[in-house]
Design a protein around this ligand. Structure first.
Ligand code: ADP
Ligand code: ZN
Length: 210
């Protein structure tokens, strides 16, 4: 199963990707996580990406296409993968289309804009493994500590209110058009985002059956 997830920031993309990844036994390739890892390690890529991300802008297409192309040739992607956060522009989608990678399905999770802002502003991220939690909707077992690895939780820099607004605008302008692109190809699966993670997963699995 080669799957893409396209959804607004805060729609629960990363959380659902993590769950379906376990369900199908395929890795999630999250471009956001790759970039944050590089920023943390202070790599050349990290230094370039940092400025774009902190402004709620997208990292240039050619850089992203390169990263994903390399990552997908690794061994763990042989039986399929979930792409979380890529493609994010029509240009990236077209580059993927021209490559020898055949995508089976594209999942989109629909969530109202008000909910999105509420969710993003309460989001917590593990500074060590990148797992995400929420102050209200997905509280960690121990306050401020990651359930998965014991790392400390923090708010992402790009989850500040003014950056959230910029990211949503970027999404509507550059990423939302991908839904039409994949709809026309007949591989778009639409799931309705629900209040709880479990209910959303049920919708997602139902959408992927079609
Ligand atoms: P979210 O979906 O919650 O906004 P991500 O973790 O997917 O967050 O991405 C964080 C940031 O990383 C994006 O706002 C963008 O700046 C950058 N980024 C991630 N993936 C891409 C991509 N495919 N193309 C360009 N920029 C990207
Ligand atoms: Zn962790």
């Amino acid at each position: 199963m080669k799957l893409i997830i396209v959804a607004a920031p805060g729609a629960g993309k990363g959380t659902q990707a993590e769950i379906i990844s376990k369900h199908f036994g395929i890795p999630t390739i999250s471009t956001g996580a790759i970039l944050r890892h590089n920023i943390k390690e202070g790599t050349e890529l990290g230094k370039i990406a940092q400025n774009y991300i902190n402004d709620g802008k997208l990292v240039p297409d050619d850089i992203m296409i390169d990263i994903v192309r390399k990552r997908l040739t690794e061994d763990d992607c042989k039986n399929g993968f979930i792409l979380d956060g890529f493609p994010r522009t029509l240009n990236q989608a077209e580059a993927l289309d021209k490559s020898d990678i055949n995508i089976d399905k594209v999942l989109t999770i629909e969530v109202e804009e008000e909910k999105i802002v509420e969710r993003l502003s309460g989001r917590l991220e593990c500074s060590s493994c990148g797992s995400s939690f929420h102050k209200i909707y997905r509280t960690p077992k121990v306050d401020g500590v990651c359930d998965n690895c014991g790392g400390s939780l923090r708010t992402r820099k790009d989850d500040q209110p003014d950056v959230i607004r910029d990211r949503l605008e970027t999404y509507h302008k550059q990423t939302a058009p991908l839904k039409d692109f994949y709809e026309k190809k007949g591989i778009l699966c639409v799931a309705e985002g629900k209040e709880s993670i479990e209910d959303t997963t049920a919708e997602v699995l139902k959408a992927l059956e079609n």
